[in-house]
Design a protein around this ligand. Structure first.
Ligand code: C2O
Length: 347
């Protein structure tokens, strides 16, 4: 059977490291809140194009900053606030929810085939909330284009200390223009920039092409209701998704907060740009395999019917299923068309 949407009334304190401050990731629920089933946006709504973060202009940055500032200003218990959103991520990653009917098993949306669809929805609602806050139905947040040389640093718009996009809990040694290491494991490389870029492109080729020929390898392993969590991550989730989290977080914090730990990662606005590119990699991967219906995903109904709950831009609690997120055009968003320099970076 597919993993069912959690019972929000049965949320327990997440399993966090001892050194993490007392964090409650369950705040979002209000007893008696009705749930609506997800519906696609009207086909006539404008297509939002998510831009590469290093290519945006000033006017765009001003708009994005305004939206994030407004989101941060919402009261913490407003389901559309940033405070709520990062807790939602925490709840789905740190064991706050039991699988329905399996009180001894947690819902874990990482390290399995739910990774891409869950994060796609998370970004989808984030985008619509930002957009609603500034009254611009074309607005789309940027993606961190770490798979191309121009994007292989922390995007400068996030590094401006007076911007709402800034987060002080980041690695001070990894500020732009320092080159990102897509397979970062905590050891600082002294590799010159051009070599690091080369290495990164070869990593991308491996994770997107040579090691990702089968669905399970790309998406991650099947995870059904009643299964133990963490059956295995897909190629991109493993690398560079995890290393880039770790590379971004602050080594002076006990648990690499913010980006370097699941519970705190989405406190940093950079999270959404990072996951924009992860989500884009899903679109790119399926685009390289024409003829693969349903975003190249599984035909197993245990994947298609897996369900989650999110709050939307109207603060309604929405039940979504994986099958609802496979067509990004139907979700009315796309990514700026940028080059894929790793395509010819065969090792
Ligand atoms: Cu839900 Cu990048 O982690």
């Amino acid at each position: 059977a597919p993993v069912q949407a959690p019972d929000l009334g049965n949320c327990h304190p997440p399993a966090l490291p001892d050194t993490a401050p007392d964090v409650d990731c369950c705040l979002a629920y209000r007893a008696g809140t009705g749930t609506v089933d997800f519906e696609l946006p009207p086909a006539s709504s404008p297509l939002r194009v998510r831009p590469a973060a290093h290519l945006v202009d000033r006017e765009y940055v001003a708009k994005y900053e305004e939206a994030v500032a407004l989101m941060k200003k919402l009261p913490d218990d407003d389901p559309r606030s940033l405070a709520q959103q990062w807790r939602v991520h925490c709840a789905y990653c740190d064991g706050a929810f039991d699988q329905v009917g399996f009180p001894e098993l947690e819902i874990q949306i990482h390290n399995c085939w739910l990774f891409y669809p869950w994060h796609r929805f998370f970004l989808y609602f984030h985008e619509r909330i930002l957009s609603k806050l500034i009254g611009d139905d074309k607005f789309a947040p940027p993606f961190w284009n770490w798979d191309a040389p121009g994007g292989m640093s922390l995007p400068a718009i996030y590094a401006n200390t007076s911007s709402p996009l800034y987060d002080e809990r980041r690695n001070p040694a990894h500020q732009p223009p320092f080159t990102v290491d897509l397979s970062y494991n905590g050891t600082e490389q002294t590799t010159p920039r051009d070599q690091q870029i080369d290495q990164n492109l070869r990593i991308m080729y491996r994770q997107m092409i040579s090691s990702a020929k089968k669905k399970e390898l790309f998406f991650g392993q099947p995870y059904h209701q009643g299964d133990q969590p963490d059956p295995g991550a897909g190629t991109i989730e493993n690398v560079p998704h995890n290393p880039v989290h770790f590379w971004s977080g602050d080594p002076r914090q006990a648990n690499g907060e913010d980006m370097g730990n699941f519970y705190s990662a989405a406190r940093d606005p950079l999270f959404f740009a990072h996951h924009g590119n992860v989500d884009r990699m899903w679109s790119v991967w399926s685009g390289l395999r024409p003829g693969n219906a349903g975003a190249g995903g599984f035909t197993d109904t245990d994947w298609l019917d897996a369900a989650f709950l999110f709050y939307d831009e109207e603060a309604r609690l929405v039940r979504v299923r994986v099958r609802d997120c496979l067509d990004t055009a139907a979700l009315r968003y796309a990514y700026q068309d940028v080059a894929l320099p790793w395509l010819d970076a065969k090792p």
